[in-house]
Each structure stands twice: as C-alpha cells, then as structure tokens.
Write a protein that binds this ligand. Structure first.
Ligand code: C2E
Ligand code: CA
Ligand code: CA
Ligand code: CA
Length: 278
C-alpha cells in the first residue's frame, strides 16, 4: 500500500523504494511491539486557567523500542494509519487507558477525565459498541474518558460521522476537536457536530503574544468556541507570556511544557496526589 501510483504505472525511484522499505520495517516491528508489551501510555495534564488545578489529561502513545529507544508517535502513527494497524493500536490504547483509570479509581484517586486520541480510521459503525465493551469490562464510567478527534474526520462524510458521534455522546462520552485551526472547519460547519471541547493547535500558540496573526487566530477561535458554548483548550503552551495572553482571551484550559511534559502514569499519579498547581 505504500507504493500506489495514481497514474497507474509503477514509478520507482530510489527514494520511494527506501521509504517503502522503511514503512514495511516499522510495520513489522510495530506488530512485534504490540505482542511484546513495548507500548506505553504517557499522560500530559490539562490545567484550568481559572483554578490552576489539573482538570484532565491526554493519554499519548509511546513505543519503547529495545534497540532504538523511545520512538515518537509522529514516526509510527502515520505508518500505522497507512497500513491499517492503527485499528489494533487504537484498541490497545483504549484497553490500556481503561485499565489504568480503573487502577487509579480503585486507589481512591480523584480522577479528572483522561482523553484518548482516535484516528479517523477507528471511527466506524462498530466504535460505540467497542467503547461500551471496553468500558464495561474495566468498570469505567464514560465521564472518566474523553475522545479527541481531528478535523479530517469531519470532512469524511458528515451524516454517517454525525450519527456515530451522537451515539457516543448519548453513551455519556465527551468529544474534543483536536488540532483546531489546521483544517477546514468553519463556524457554520462546526455547530453540526456534538463537540464539547475545542483544542487550539500548537501552531497558533507558538507565536503568542508577539505574532499579530497568531493572536488574531487565537482570539477568533476562542470567541467562536464561546458562542458555541464549547470548552477551549490551548495546546503546546510553553511560556508564561503565552499563558497570560490565553487567560485574557478567556481560554479555559492549557496543556503544554509550561506545566508538564507527557509523563509516565506513576508521575502523573504523583502530580494528582500532591495537588500540583499552575
Ligand atoms: P496531538 O494529539 O496533537 O498531541 C499533542 C502533541 O504535542 C504530543 O506529541 C505532545 O507531547 C506535544 N506537546 C504537548 N505540549 C507541548 C509543548 O508545550 N511543546 C511542544 N513542542 N510539544 C508539546 P506526541 O506525544 O509526540 O504525539 C504526536 C501526535 O501523535 C499526537 O498529536 C497525535 O496526533 C498522535 N498520537 C499520539 N498518541 C496517539 C494515540 O494513542 N492514538 C492516535 N491515533 N494518535 C496518537
Ligand atoms: Ca490530541
Ligand atoms: Ca492536538
Ligand atoms: Ca497538534
């Protein structure tokens, strides 16, 4: 699948050959990783700009490769999406997130919702049933989870997608729109979808408060989200200046290195216990 020329004739270049080989290697190693417990979830806190408290977290996939060390999802998620392996990876992530939530719940930890990333390929008719099944098996309530989806999904085929989203929302699951501002969504378009949270992409946070364009975009997104009564999360917040600007705009939550990098579960648990604040 890595080599599918649109023109119908095969066009090999050395570079494409290398890329295909690299993909094949990652795919087979990823299968091995799934079977051999090389995958982990890290957790990155989301903090309230009003209270300074941890009000959520995002679960982010990590691959501890025996030879190559920690491999970034930026490298293997695109390959997994291309090969379809993302379905198995996605199931593993959901399973692991629910397992961990249950462990924390049994330890009487006050848990904010944990958000899990969903690839567009996971978003099919069977998704609500798969979600119900994994939550039931681990005894996890829908309020303890959140699903992050991307704009590419909204363009995929609106009616079918809206029906599945409505089913998930009816089950009690909240949906967040990830990487907002990088795709094609407009106000009119967005209000058709049952989305409770918008995440402003890091690309627009980087330039705050010095880049005029980024400030204008961030302001427009926050204003729009407020009109739609959606929570708004800024991702990739690294500096106190970015934080102040976002707070003045009326942004609800921030997520970024300023507060914490994504960390292993044990470290996130410690932050919760110690009541770490902004
Ligand atoms: P994303 O969903 O936009 O996740 C946020 C990314 O921004 C994470 O990268 C996080 O580590 C990074 N980040 C957070 N705060 C900061 C900051 O202040 N500065 C900078 N420079 N970066 C920050 P990560 O963990 O490498 O993940 C990359 C992407 O891989 C994610 O982007 C998401 O699209 C995908 N991904 C990760 N885990 C999963 C998963 O379980 N399933 C799916 N389908 N995709 C995943
Ligand atoms: Ca995300
Ligand atoms: Ca994001
Ligand atoms: Ca992003």
């Amino acid at each position: 699948a890595a080599l599918q020329p649109e023109s119908g004739f095969l066009f090999y270049s050395e570079e494409m050959n290398q890329r295909a080989k690299e993909h094949l290697r990652i795919e087979s190693e990823l299968r091995h990783a799934l079977a051999n417990n090389e995958l982990m979830l890290y957790y990155q806190p989301k903090v309230s700009l009003r209270s300074g408290r941890i009000v959520g977290a995002e679960a982010l996939l990590r691959w501890k490769h025996p030879v190559r060390g920690l491999v970034s999802p930026g490298v293997f998620i695109p390959v997994a999406e291309e090969t379809g392996l993302i379905l198995e990876l996605g199931n593993w992530v959901m399973e692991e997130a629910c397992r961990q939530i249950r462990v924390w719940q049994d330890a009487n930890l006050l848990m904010p919702p944990i958000a899990v990333n969903l690839s567009a390929r996971q978003f099919d008719r069977g998704l609500p049933a798969r979600m119900a099944d994994v939550m039931a098996r681990h005894g996890v309530q829908p309020e303890q989870l959140m699903l992050e989806i991307t704009e590419s999904l909204l363009v995929k085929g609106a009616d079918k997608v809206i029906a599945i989203m409505n089913e998930l929302v009816a089950m009690g699951l909240a949906l967040a729109l990830d990487d907002f501002g990088t795709g094609y969504s407009s106000l009119a378009y967005l209000k058709k979808f049952p989305i409770s949270t918008l995440k402003i992409d890091r690309a627009f946070v980087i330039g705050l408060p010095y880049e005029e364009n980024d400030c204008a975009i961030a302001r427009a997104i926050v204003t729009m989200a407020q009109q739609l009564r959606q929570e708004i999360v800024a991702e990739g917040v690294e500096t106190p200046e970015q934080m102040s600007f976002l707070r003045e705009l009326g942004c609800d939550q921030l997520q970024g290195y300023l507060f914490s990098q994504p960390v292993p579960g044990a470290d996130f648990e410690r932050m919760l216990r110690e009541g770490k604040r902004l």
